[in-house]
Structure formats: C-alpha cells, structure tokens
Design a protein around this ligand. Structure first.
Ligand code: AHM
Ligand code: MG
Length: 330
C-alpha cells in the first residue's frame, strides 16, 4: 500500500481480505490507536506535569498529580472499556483483571498491556512506549476469567506498541507481517511509514544492562565477552537505553539483539511475559527475527500467572540462535 496511507484505511483494506470479518478487530485496533494518541498528548506535557507536581501532590487546580503510568493506564481503560470489542483487560499497572463494566457491551477479545513501558525514563525526556497484546477469549460467561489471559503467546491474534519518541509511531502485527505508522501531528492520524518491516538476519548491535554483570550466569558472560572480542569478524556496538520499546524498535529496524536474562539476583529476569515479552516476541518473529528465554521459544511458554516474569533474548534470528548456543554450552 502507498506510503502515507492512513491507519484507518490500511485497517479497512486488510479487513476486506477476510470477507467474513465483522470489523470487530479493526475497531479494536482503531481504539488502541486513539488511546495511543491521547497518551502521546499527555507525554508531551510530561515536563510540565513534573514541575506542577514538584511542590507536593496537588497541581494548581488542586487536583492530585498522578504518575504518568497511572494516567496512561486510565487512558487505556477510558478509550477501550465501552466499545464492545473486549470482555476484559489486564495491565502491568493493575493487580487483577479489569472486567468490562456491566453497562457496556462485551466482546470476544481480551487485551493485555503495559501502559507506559520505560516510565522511569520520563523525567529525563527519553522515549517510552505502550505495549499491547490481544487474545481471543476462551471462556464463555459474562465475565473474563484468568484462563482467557493465561494462553501461550503463540495464540496472540495481534500485538504491537506505540512508541513516544522523536516522532510517535504505532507498530503492529496481526500475524501477516509487521507494519509501522508514524503520527502526523498536523492531521492527528497515523500514516503508513514502514510497510512489512523485516529485521536483518544478523545485526551488530547488542543491548543489555551491563551493571548486572556480577550477577550473570556463565552463558551470559561468555556470550557478551564473545561479542566484545570481535570474534566472527563483527565489531559489535553496545546500545542500551533502558526503555524496552525504544531498544527493541531500534534493533528491529537496524538488526541486533536485546537481552534481559535471568541472573543470580533475579532468576526470571525483570520483564513480564504477558505485557512485554509475548507481544514483542510475536512482532520479532513476524519480522523474521526470534525471541527466546535462552533455552525456549518465548511464544511457547504457558503462563501460570498474570504478572509472570521471563528472561528475554530477542532480535535478529542469527544473533538469538548464537546466544542460545552459549546458554546450552554453559
Ligand atoms: P517498567 O515496565 O516498569 O518500565 O520496566 C521495564 C523497563 C524496560 O523498559 C527496560 O528494558 C527495563 O525496565 C530496564 O531495566 P533496568 O533498569 O534493570 O536495565
Ligand atoms: Mg514495562
């Protein structure tokens, strides 16, 4: 499709390829795009909110100043709870499942999201993002149940993120490739800017928090030393923002590997399976890359709880395969 096509038109054209489609799914993605735009607007005032909040917990109107990740979480709920596409939501910011309120129509999907990933970077004006994952529900009653959410990532029907960077982008997959749209703030629409994104099979960027090196397992230490040694003829560059969406997005476009492994301090690493690892793993695979715990494919993991953590090694497929060889040999 032409570069510059609006997200709305792109979604409608995609929907036409499935003659039986109800449009439900198209509507859901359009709702997420709206939530992304609303969060983006909030983000652009982040510095001001910080100043307003600096004196205490109230702003000039006497309202309580909320942390931006709470604001982003509420924005997602307000944009998505009433449109009839969902039966429930789960978020990194909420302990339990959010049920669609009784007064609103219910749908056949559940949504999982991290409303503002990397939010510790907001104070210093660094890119953050909203990550989302959509599953078809499994239960049949009038409430969402845990089993609707605890499905392997391979069952996802859609995943993506909105990146609030130098420009705002929405990147998503429905299992037929990965597409990226850039927000034109003048028109207020996401426009197609990156059709069918493919991650290079091998890249020269590596991203890991080296401050954790003293806790690493042997596989991680040996692998990172291997990259730094220039073995195999590649001069690797270390690039770590500490904002997963931004680190992932860069490596997706340029090629490379991101690692948040398990270590002696945190055996399951830091990142959450349902809100972070699964959606990014789906995107990586759809772009021709890979995502692993170091031993197993992320998308095959069977979640047992909502806020489960997992080691994550993700990016170009040859780099991920090489890392897995170091894990196996350690
Ligand atoms: P968050 O969801 O609370 O923002 O935490 C996740 C973030 C990721 O964006 C990033 O990759 C990671 O935490 C960085 O962690 P660390 O500071 O330990 O390197
Ligand atoms: Mg996060």
């Amino acid at each position: 499709m032409d570069i510059g096509t609006t997200l709305t038109r792109f979604l409608l054209e995609e929907q036409r390829k499935f003659p039986g489609s109800t449009g439900d799914f198209t509507g859901l993605l359009a709702d997420i795009a709206i939530a992304g735009k609303m969060i983006c607007r909030g983000m652009s005032k982040a510095g001001l909110i910080d100043i307003l909040g600096a004196t205490g917990s109230s702003n000039v109107q006497g309202e309580e100043v909320q942390k931006l990740d709470v604001v982003a979480n509420d924005t997602m709920i307000r944009a998505l709870d009433h449109t009839g596409h969902l039966i429930g939501m789960a978020s990194e910011e909420m302990e339990d499942i959010f049920q669609i309120p009784d007064e609103f129509p219910k749908g056949k999907y559940v949504l999982m999201y991290d409303p503002l990933d990397g939010s510790s970077n907001i104070d210093v004006n660094i890119s953050v993002g909203t990550i989302f994952s959509i599953l078809r529900r499994k239960s049949t009653g009038n409430k969402a149940t845990l089993e609707d959410f605890l499905q392997p990532g391979a069952e996802q029907v859609c995943a993506g993120y909105v990146l609030y960077g130098t420009s705002t982008m929405m990147v998503y997959t429905t299992g037929t490739g990965v597409h990226g749209f850039t927000l034109d703030p003048g028109v207020g629409e996401f426009l197609l800017s990156h059709e069918d994104i493919r991650i290079p099979d091998r890249g020269d960027l590596y991203s890991i928090n080296e401050g954790n090196a003293r806790y690493w397992h042997k596989g991680t230490t040996d692998y990172i030393n291997h990259l730094k040694s220039g073995a195999g003829g590649t001069s690797f560059k270390g690039r770590y923002i500490g904002s997963l969406v931004a680190d992932f997005h860069r490596n997706l476009l340029k090629g490379g590997i991101f690692l948040y492994p398990g270590d002696t301090k945190s055996p399951d690493g830091k990142l959450r399976l349902l809100y972070e690892a699964n959606p990014l793993a789906f995107l990586a695979e759809q772009a021709g890359g890979a995502a692993s715990t170091g031993e197993k494919r992320i998308l095959d993991l069977m979640p047992t709880k909502l806020h489960q953590r997992t080691p994550l090694i993700i990016g170009s497929k040859d780099n991920v395969a090489e890392a897995e060889r170091f894990w196996a040999g350690a």
